[in-house]
Ligand binder design. Sequence first.
Ligand code: SAM
Length: 255
Amino acid sequence: MDSFKHSHSLGQNFLTDKNLLEAIVKDAGITRNDTVIEIGAGMGALTEPLAKTGARVISFEIDSRLKPFLSPLSSKYPNLEIIFSDFLKYDLKEIDVTSFRAVANLPYYITTPVLFRLLDDDRLSSATVMVQEEVADRIVAKAGGKDYGILSVSIQLSGSPKIMRKVGRAMFSPQPNVDSAIVRVDIERKRADEKLLSLVRAAFSMRRKTLVNCLSKSGYEKTKIINSLSELGFDQSVRGEKLTPEDFKKLSALL
Ligand code: SAM
């Protein structure tokens, strides 16, 4: 590990604590019957305890300099496949599986696109991911709170995310300048359709503006927005932050 030059831009903050790594696998509830997709294998610190469960594990790693660390693992565990590729560009349909769980200590610079990509796949059954603590707070935030926004609504439309544990910055090498947390979301509902997701994006497009303003700027018809909001019991000065994921679903159906 000493001679390896970590790439800051690839988010290479690795874990080493065996107890923590095993706890993450437990948090994810992995059993030998699962298929797991890991995003960002690094030196395999999390990959190995995942493979040890006997589950089928498919791990993505973008940095081929990590091959000397990862290739011995795929020789040791026949249930482990390592794909040296950019997870965001890989065609996930090539993975022949009916259902999978995602587990990852995510590279922070692509947390949101990775989460959206996972949620977009109907085969995802759960995601257990390490994210910056501030992002974890946004994921689990309830309507009306200061952290509530697109990320909270988009994820909560599919399931009820939970913070499983906080992980201090000192657990990583090299140490990042923020603390982290493990979040788990089990997919309970069919993924939100594009119409609903674009309504949510429009609702939060201008932070301090009313929902009527945000939506009408994005092309929705003003009187229709006002009437629909009133049907849901909101007046026209309401902001997007006040609507629960369920309210957004109803609003999308009305508009
Ligand atoms: N799982 C390891 C651990 O916990 O020690 C490494 C986690 S590290 C936070 C994130 C890893 O994701 C890095 O190894 C980095 O090279 C890799 N990575 C970054 N961008 C990626 C991408 N687009 N696709 C696949 N892997 C990526």
